[in-house]
Design a protein around this ligand. Structure first.
Ligand SMILES: [Zn+2]
Length: 268
């Protein structure tokens, strides 16, 4: 994903390889990752007996990763967000694991005819034979935009950041039939009322809260005063890049784009 692209090799074959002693497992308990001995990674021989819904996740640097649901409370748990702060690589595999488990649970029946679906051999797909429909793990594309005006950036506090007090970049789902660039223009206009231009794609990040793919852009401010969207944005302001308010974690694409913009300005 974002910062470690190329540093790790991720392979996603359709079929799981033969079981190995070195296989790794990420186990979930009530929506969080199960820990033992201060790690969320379990070896095959460490697996508790009560694990269900085991799913092959993929290969990371040649190691097979699996995931599953615990039926009994573990020693301790860790949230997926907390894991992201510790290890981007583990976060990436855990994000995929959660996406796969959610998808299996949510696609047991065909959305068209209501009959039970079956898992397809060799492919991440649930299939309804009578309808000839396949259901793949869901990915929801979103845009995330850093609006810039020279050394200033436009950050907003959304209603869901009321408690944390965070200010972050603007983000939203891409609507059906819309391009990523159109979504940037629309979301910025809807959320803070200003218009932007000169969009520059920066990078992407899978963000499993839930199944989002964030497409990151920088956009130059064009015109307009800040007008906040009712019920969505609590506050929005221009901040100097060297004097930012509390914001998103460094492992998120929002944090990364802010650092990247500060580095970009420093090199001018
Ligand atoms: Zn069907």
């Amino acid at each position: 994903m974002l910062y470690e692209v190329g540093q790790h090799r991720v392979d996603l074959p359709g079929l799981a390889p033969e079981p190995q002693a070195a296989d790794r497992f990420l186990l979930w308990w009530q929506g969080d990752l199960a820990e033992h001995d201060d790690t969320v990674i379990w070896q095959r021989f460490e697996l508790p007996e009560a694990v269900s819904d085991i799913e092959f996740v993929g290969l990371l640097n040649g190691h097979a990763y699996y995931t599953g649901l615990l039926k009994q409370a573990p020693e301790s748990t860790q949230t997926l967000r907390a894991l992201g702060i510790q290890s981007e690589t583990a976060f990436m595999m855990a994000a995929r694991a959660r996406g796969l488990l959610d998808w299996r649970r949510q696609h047991k029946f065909c959305g068209q005819c209501g009959r039970p679906t079956q898992a397809m051999e060799g492919e991440s797909a649930m299939v309804c034979q009578p309808c000839r429909l396949r259901f793949y793990p869901r990915v929801s594309p979103c845009i995330i935009t850093l609006v810039t005006r020279g050394p200033e950036v436009l950050l907003a506090q959304g209603v869901h950041h009321r408690q944390s007090g965070w200010y972050s970049t603007l983000a939203g789902f891409i609507e059906t039939g819309e391009s990523a660039e159109q979504a940037v223009l629309r979301e910025v206009r809807e959320e803070v009322g200003v218009s932007v231009h000169n969009l520059r794609y920066q990078g992407s990040q899978a963000w499993p809260f839930p199944h989002q793919l964030m497409l990151g852009f920088w956009a130059d401010y064009e015109q307009g005063d800040i007008v906040m969207a009712d019920g969505e944005i609590l506050d929005a302001q221009w901040f100097h890049i060297d004097r930012l308010p509390p914001g998103p974690p460094g492992f998120s694409i929002a944090g990364w784009m802010l650092r990247r913009y500060r580095d970009f300005l420093a090199e001018l």
